[in-house]
Write a protein that binds this ligand. Structure first.
Ligand SMILES: [Zn+2]
Length: 75
């Protein structure tokens, strides 16, 4: 009788299913939400980047204002 072995196999497969339930895709979504993108050159900045740093980028790289390069970014 190989019933015992079959049952064990089934249990193992179910365990694998549970382990595969990762949150990789969620991490990707979070990463996208975390970035500020320069509208002029598409460079990415962390959402934690301070306004002065963004302003510096806009002025030094494009001779533009922060509002032009980063519309929608709170001051
Ligand atoms: Zn830029």
């Amino acid at each position: 009788m190989g019933n015992g072995a079959k049952a064990a196999q089934k249990r193992e497969r179910n365990a694998d299913k549970g382990a595969a339930k990762g949150s990789k895709s969620q991490a990707k979504v979070n990463e996208a939400a975390k970035s500020i993108v320069c509208a002029t050159c598409r460079q990415n900045f962390l959402i934690t980047t301070r306004a002065p740093a963004l302003e510096e980028h806009a002025q030094n790289k494009h001779s533009k204002t922060m509002a032009e390069c980063f519309p929608g970014t709170p001051k």
